[in-house]
Write a protein that binds this ligand. Structure first.
Ligand code: 5RP
Length: 232
């Protein structure tokens, strides 16, 4: 199977999970990226069962609305039974690197409110240790260089994310992203706490304190369900 086929497989598996486990009338938390898009497309035919969704990005809002799914502001919502999102890497404890699509801040906010975080990923995203994928760090633009120095001091190689025309990539929140190469993140929780504390960091794309509860992983032999309950 191609990577796209695996993404569609887990998108459908996540929709099946929601349809079987989330009560009618609920609002669903929805992530960002190509795998999350597969989930949106698989859930869309059943949209009348749910009140709508809370979105993690401008791009996801557009896709939800194209399907006629109502998008709520998180401030209007008291609880979210589930949040479904992809990942750039996921380790054996359910800790993830996220933000390859630039939506890490809103993803982390929506995930923090949800009762259950379902990660959907193709098998290439499963790793023994996080850090092979450059770690996205969203920064307030005036802090870019100061944060870059701190990241270099801990052994990373920060690279400012740019668009195809070479301009700085700007997030939905008006900030910039440093993609940090050359990291081996043996203690994701501690590193998340440390980097988050640096003034000027908006969000580090480590999802460890609030990692996934389980992962629907697309493999050649089908969808594997990996439960991280013991690590939470
Ligand atoms: C976006 C994300 C995505 O979930 C992550 O980049 C995976 O994307 P894809 O499903 O396209 O491989 O964190 O900010």
């Amino acid at each position: 199977m191609t990577q796209d086929e695996l993404k569609r497989l887990v998108g459908q598996a996540a929709a099946d999970y929601v349809l079987s486990n989330v009560a009618d009338g609920a609002v669903i938390g929805v992530g960002t990226g190509s795998t999350a898009n597969c989930f949106i497309d698989a859930l869309a035919p059943h949209k009348r069962r749910y009140r709508g969704a809370v979105s993690s990005s401008v791009a996801t809002t557009a896709r939800l609305e194209q399907h006629g799914i109502k998008v709520f502001d998180l401030n209007e919502i008291e609880s979210l039974p589930v949040y479904v999102d992809g990942a750039d890497e996921i380790d054996p404890t359910g800790a993830m690197i996220k933000g390859g699509g630039g939506a890490l801040t809103r993803e982390k906010i929506v995930a923090s409110v949800a009762e259950i975080f379902v990660c959907i990923a193709d098998a290439s995203k499963r790793v023994p240790v996080l850090g092979g994928f450059p770690l996205p760090v969203e920064v307030v633009p005036m802090a870019r260089t100061a944060i870059g120095r701190r990241l270099t001091a801990v052994g990373g190689v920060p690279v400012l994310r740019v668009t195809n025309d070479g301009a700085p990539y700007i997030t939905d929140n008006g900030n910039e992203i440093l993609d940090v190469k050359n990291l081996r993140i043996d203690d994701p929780r501690a590193f998340e706490v440390a980097v988050n504390a640096w003034p000027g960091v908006v969000t580090v794309g480590l999802f460890a304190s609030r990692g996934a509860d389980f992962c629907l992983l697309g493999t050649e032999s089908g969808v594997e369900t990996i439960d991280y309950g013991a690590h939470r």
